[in-house]
Design a protein around this ligand. Structure first.
Ligand code: ATP
Length: 514
């Protein structure tokens, strides 16, 4: 199975086993809104815990926050979202399908790049070049398709940076980009479309106030900066971390939970002395990349991407991209936001948001470096990375294909499943005792339905790292068999050792101490 053919399998696996369901499905669902089901909520909570521990608990100078979703509407004027939080959209006049103009062009660049890679590999095979060798790299950067990608990239960057919507349209037309539904190249003008959801506070028309559902969690942190700094008595540099919902009326909402209209972000704003932003930007880049690797994501699935166009607030921005089955795409952004947000909130609120530096006796608006990762995208990254189809030996001496989710054990929805071999002879009672012993520390499952082989398959498919089987010998030797999800190795151990065996394999210290 090719990795790039995996996506439909992941989406159906997520639904079949109870990870993710379309929202309000009995009413045919709601576009790009999803519910996390019984296993999904566990995986999601485990990712949140891994983030919170790494960001808050591991840093004595970072504290948490849980700000409200609804905020005073002036927040969004100050942050620039009312004026500038928009995407350039374009309609295909024949299919009436709506696209993001920038995404159409990015996809075209990716197409040239992928052709260039294919050409290079073909040539390398013929010439006997090693991947990564000097000849290989020279050809990779100099072939016809690579040049096309570079030229288009340049044109695109100029159009984006000058907000030239006509030029974006010209590029789409010149490149002969067609609508994927109709194949038509009959395009509308490009327009800006604000992505914030509007709602109202108050019951009567006169007293009501237009509000927005927050499109990012960061502003809840900025408006609380001074309250938190004072009450936590933190000195610069220090950070505020938050996990919470954000809402965007995305134009092209597709690719399952990759682009949703309601999603969750895990953001941390790190307040620093002006002038130190480069150093902290590098620190957080490295730290965040290490976090993804510590959770088991292989290096070749991660890469850095520099922004073509910096957001209105930024003096540096790079994304961590993950290799999803549909290509390398943004998973997390590391942004150097300068003092834009705090200064702007000072201006709009009339309140001073300064830091008094006891060392230099100066008062200034801190600079900010932020790390912002999508929880749902991290979830999808782990689903994609973990999914494997493998041939495994069966009881009859042949092989079976198993689907196994190789999640990091600390992320797996269930840490262990306890099975009585049969539903009689006192085995269920022993298994239940083991379940009760483990459940205080870990999310474990007691499972007695079907043959043991089928139970193994079921737990492989949801990524349970350990299956503990109670058999007839258990009554004699007080020992059980513990099977490892990944190696399939089965070890026999006294019941009294099971708890410490599982706990050792689930060590936050091992994960966080990189
Ligand atoms: P994109 O370019 O993919 O729209 P973005 O650059 O607008 O993303 P940011 O504003 O930097 O995203 O948000 C930080 C993180 O929040 C992203 O890296 C991503 O993981 C997540 N995120 C943003 N928009 C969505 C969405 N619609 N659905 C799910 N996650 C999202």
């Amino acid at each position: 199975m090719n990795y790039d053919e995996l996506f439909p399998k992941i989406t159906s696996h997520a639904k079949e086993y109870g990870f993710v369901f379309p929202s309000s499905e009995i009413y045919d669902g709601l576009g790009a809104v999803y519910d996390y089901a019984q296993l999904g909520v566990e995986l999601k909570n485990n990712i949140k815990t891994a983030w919170w521990k790494a960001m808050v608990q591991m840093h004595e100078n970072i504290v948490g926050l849980d700000a409200a979703i609804l905020m005073h509407p002036t927040t969004w004027k100050a942050s620039g979202h009312v004026d500038a939080f928009s995407d350039p959209l374009i309609d295909n006049k024949d299919s009436k399908k709506r696209y993001r103009a920038d995404v159409l062009i990015e996809d075209q660049i990716a197409k040239y790049e992928s052709k260039s890679l294919k050409d290079t590999n073909k040539r390398a095979k013929k010439e006997g070049w090693e991947a990564g060798s000097e000849e290989y790299n020279k050809y990779l950067q100099g072939n016809r398709n690579a040049k096309k990608a570079q030229e288009l990239h340049q044109q695109f960057e100029v159009a984006l940076n000058s907000d030239d919507l006509d030029q974006l349209r010209n590029i789409i037309v010149e490149q002969g980009i067609a609508c994927e539904v109709s194949g038509s190249k009959n395009w509308s003008e490009v327009r800006q479309f604000n992505l914030m959801f509007k709602t109202q506070l108050g019951a009567t028309a006169d007293s009501s106030m237009d509000l927005y559902l927050r499109p990012e969690t960061a502003q809840g942190i900025f408006v609380n900066y001074l309250n938190v700094q004072k009450t936590s008595r933190q000195k610069l540099p220090f950070g505020i971390a938050q996990i919470g919902k954000a809402f965007r009326n995305e134009i092209v909402a597709r690719q399952f939970i990759f682009r949703m209209r309601e999603f969750e972000q895990m953001e941390m704003q790190f307040f620093i002395k002006p002038g130190t932003q480069k150093q902290w930007f590098e620190y957080w880049k490295e730290y965040r990349m290490n976090w993804h690797k510590a959770l088991g994501i292989k290096e070749e699935f991660l890469q850095w991407h520099e922004h073509e166009k910096l957001a209105h607030y930024a003096d540096g921005a790079e994304d961590i991209q993950f290799k999803f089955p549909f290509g390398f795409k943004e998973l997390e952004g590391i942004h150097s936001r300068t003092d834009f947000d705090l200064s702007s909130h000072e201006e709009f609120s009339g309140k001073k948001l300064r830091y008094f530096d006891p060392e230099t006796q100066e008062s200034y608006v801190p600079y900010v470096v932020e790390t912002s990762v999508g929880l749902d995208r991290t979830f999808l990254a782990h689903m994609s990375h973990a999914y494997q189809e493998e041939e495994v030996p069966n009881a009859k001496g042949g092989t079976d294909t198993r689907v196994v989710m190789k999640f990091h054990p600390l992320l797996a929805p269930y840490k262990a499943a306890v099975f009585p071999l049969v539903k009689k002879d006192g085995l269920p009672e022993i298994a239940m005792e083991i379940f009760k012993e483990l459940k205080f520390e870990h999310n474990v499952m007691y499972d007695e339905k079907d043959s043991v082989g089928r139970r193994y398959r079921r737990h492989d498919a949801i990524g349970t790292p350990f299956c503990i089987t109670v058999d007839h010998d258990t009554k004699e030797d007080n020992a059980v068999t513990v099977r490892d999800r990944d190696t399939l190795e089965q070890v026999r151990m006294p019941i009294s050792e099971v708890r410490s065996y599982i706990s050792k394999k689930l060590s936050w210290r091992d994960l966080l101490d990189w």
